[in-house]
Write a protein that binds this ligand. Structure first.
Ligand code: F6P
Length: 320
């Protein structure tokens, strides 16, 4: 193996840079040249790239975002785009491609794997933590901690003003972030897209809390659970409580990665290079039950990761 390429794709996640750094340095130690394609799949389609060297990836381990930049590329979703990308990579004479991203990026990677002999390895990085086969993705821990820090501040106002807060966290389709954050901040109610909720149950729960002597509550809602502004307004209308909304938004995607995200990025990178040097390809690096491993790219793409409802049940018990 002499020449590999790296790309970051989909939503950025803190720790992507730590992964780029580790891939480059480990590859260089193995005398492998590394090219970084810029702006995700778009950079492959437009043949926009730059060489990555052990020196050029210096000073980025502590930075959020991705120095290769990223994009959500719709063109790539069409088979003509995938074919074009396969050709450009072949012309570039790269022998392998490491894709750092989430499930959407891996679906693209899988489509590409069917059109090319280039070896493909995925490194899971998304704050949504929704990649099948790994308990954790790069950036998830950072996003959980960022949201926790912000919600702790909201809690101060909730307690002081005896208010109810709806805090919207990211997660358009999945509730991994909302579940972890909700448990960590002691949320009274956690709403996730996977579990349908009835607004009337929320009002009832809040009233029960008041009867138990709770003077304020925090509802952590994943963005995919519906219109949180309306929810806050309806809570005020139906319970008489003073409810407010805080949308955390993109602060959750940025910022310096936590130690955990950086370490996971470094370990995933090590696994990726190991897989390539052992000629095990079309796989993604994983972290399961405390161990780094790998699973088939196709399996990961075709299987939906299930949400651990135990966390939700525990959070509910602890919010009594
Ligand atoms: O990175 C994942 C995610 O944060 C989702 O939870 C969210 O729905 C989405 O990205 C929004 O990001 P964008 O505006 O980049 O599409």
């Amino acid at each position: 193996l002499k020449k590999i390429a790296v790309v970051t794709s989909g939503g950025d996640a803190p720790g992507m840079n730590a992964a780029i750094r580790a891939i480059t340095r480990l590859a260089n130690l193995n005398k492998i040249e590394v090219t970084g394609f810029e702006r995700g799949w778009e950079g492959i389609l437009t043949n926009t790239h730059k060489p990555l060297t052990s020196r050029s990836v210096g000073g980025i381990i502590q930075q959020g975002g991705t120095m290769l930049r990223t994009a959500r590329c719709t063109e790539f979703m069409q088979s003509s785009g995938v074919k074009q990308a396969a050709q450009i990579l072949a012309d570039h004479k790269t022998e392998a491609l490491i894709v750092i991203g989430g499930d959407g990026s891996f679906k693209g990677a899988y489509d590409l794997s069917k059109q090319t002999d280039i070896k493909i390895i995925g490194i899971p990085a998304t704050i949504d933590n929704d990649v099948f086969g790994t308990d954790e993705t790069i950036g998830f821990d950072t996003a959980v901690n960022t949201a926790q820090t912000e919600i702790d501040k909201v809690r101060d106002t909730a307690l002081s003003h005896e208010r109810t807060f709806v805090v919207e966290v990211m997660g358009r389709k999945r509730g991994f972030l909302a579940s972890a954050v909700g448990l960590a901040v002691g949320a009274e109610i956690i709403l996730v897209p996977e579990v349908k909720h009835q607004d009337s149950r929320i009002y009832q729960k809040l009233k029960e809390n008041t009867a138990k002597g709770k003077k304020s509550s925090i509802i952590v809602a994943a963005e995919g659970t519906g219109d949180t502004r309306t929810l806050a307004e309806q809570i005020t209308k139906n319970t008489g409580m003073e409810a407010r909304l805080t949308v955390l938004g993109y602060v959750q995607r940025g910022g310096s990665p936590t130690a955990r995200s950086r370490i996971l990025a470094s370990l995933f990178a090590e696994k990726a290079i190991e897989l390539l040097t052992q000629d095990k390809v079309n796989r993604i690096a994983t972290f399961q039950r405390g161990r780094i491993g790998s699973i088939d790219l196709e399996k990961s793409c075709r299987t939906e990761k299930s949400l651990d409802t135990d966390l939700l049940e525990l959070a509910e018990k602890l919010a009594t």
